[in-house]
Design a protein around this ligand. Structure first.
Ligand code: SF4
Length: 367
């Protein structure tokens, strides 16, 4: 496949692995921010290839994983209303709330539908004027513009039966929060290539300088990841605290201004609670006043308090890179993709799911 196979060339990968090992210094601890990168790294066995030189730790960049349990409970509560059709991306369905999941709700008769784009949900509202259509909007800067487009679509057509349960989050404040932690071991970041495709990476320079951490905007294929790590190691060796762009085929310094500007006409920045990480200042997006009528939290009332996460789940530590998924006691025992205790085991970008899928299962349950 063009533009994919080229980035999986084993000979070039071997050369990059050798080049990383030849850089003087280390071992260094590098965090890949995005869950897609975690899957790419674990699938290709890169952490093992770099053992002794680079310790890769996995970051909070799985949007499904960081969506708070209270919001999942709200989505389930909405889905259970007889007048509501709840639309969501597929990997939200199995994420456990405090008592149930959207999949359970659907099996009990709730109208929960998988969509591939927020616009599909807005168009559904147009087709089904007698139903309330709610789109469960999760994701980082990458998906926020598409939700904004759906809101503007609904606004332009005067759709009153469409709303958004908005959980969009911003990655840069979370990276800064991790760097401020007392026991932070992160020495460099691989920043998320798809987020920077939308936002660019101007905002990362200040973070790199203030916290003395090299940042490499990196793609998702094995050669992208290895080149990103190689660039980070070279900067660590040279004590250079700057931003490099490895993912040049997708990312421009200024990002995609048309997409981001559209998003920011619809949203304003707000504080947001992240599952496992707690409240992070100015790390979320909510609808501006002029679009508030499309905000599901303003439109509907929610009864009852949300419950707690399963106390056995250590997703908070996994999402901060403080615990490897296979170090969680529940991994592969009480917690499997069939019976997940936490979102990282079921999300397509979850670190626990990556370890499960690509073979780092406990011996007793290895399939
Ligand atoms: S393995 Fe399961 S219980 Fe452990 S942190 Fe991951 S999702 Fe939570």
């Amino acid at each position: 496949m063009k533009y994919v196979e080229e980035f999986r060339n084993p000979e070039l990968a071997r050369r990059l692995v050798r080049a990383i090992h030849q850089i003087e210094g280390g071992p260094w601890t590098i965090m890949e921010v995005c869950g897609g990168q975690t899957h790419g790294l674990v699938r290709a066995g890169i952490p093992e290839l770099l053992r002794g030189k680079v310790r890769l730790i996995h970051g909070p960049g799985c949007p499904v994983c960081v969506t708070p349990v209270a919001m999942i409970d709200r989505a389930i509560a909405l889905a259970c209303r007889p007048d509501v059709t709840l639309c969501s991306f597929g990997d939200m369905l199995r994420v456990p709330g405090s008592r149930s999941s959207l999949l359970h709700a659907r099996s009990r008769g709730a109208d929960v539908r998988i969509v591939y784009s927020p616009l599909d949900a807005a168009r559904l509202a147009e087709r089904l004027p007698e139903r309330e259509i709610v789109f469960f909007a999760v994701g980082f800067e990458t998906t926020a513009p598409a939700t904004a487009l759906a809101v503007q679509y609904a606004s332009a057509r005067g759709l009153e039966n469409f709303s958004v349960l908005c959980c969009h989050v911003l990655v840069l404040p979370a990276m800064e929060m991790l760097l401020q932690a007392k026991n932070c071991s992160i020495q460099a970041f691989l920043a998320a290539g798809h987020v920077c495709t939308v936002t660019g990476y101007e905002g990362y320079h200040d973070l790199a300088r203030r916290y003395r951490v090299p940042i490499v905007v990196t793609g998702f294929e094995p050669l992208d990841l290895l080149e990103g790590i190689w660039l980070a190691c070279r900067m660590l060796h040279g004590q250079v605290y700057e931003v490099r762009n490895q993912y040049r085929r997708s990312v421009r310094r200024g990002g995609n201004p048309a997409a981001w500007q559209r998003a920011m006409t619809v949203y304003e920045v707000c504080d947001r609670v992240w599952r496992g990480l707690g409240r992070i200042e100015r790390s979320g997006l909510r609808l501006r006043d002029e679009y508030r009528r499309y905000d599901a939290e303003a439109k509907f009332t929610f009864d009852g308090e949300s419950g707690a996460e399963d106390p056995r789940c250590r997703a908070g530590e996994v999402l901060q890179g403080a615990l490897r998924p296979d170090e969680c006691e529940a991994f592969g025992k009480e917690c499997t993709p069939e019976h997940p205790l936490g979102a990282p085991m079921v999300s397509a970008e979850g670190a626990c799911a990556a370890y499960w899928q690509y073979g780092r299962r406990p011996r007793a349950v290895r399939g």
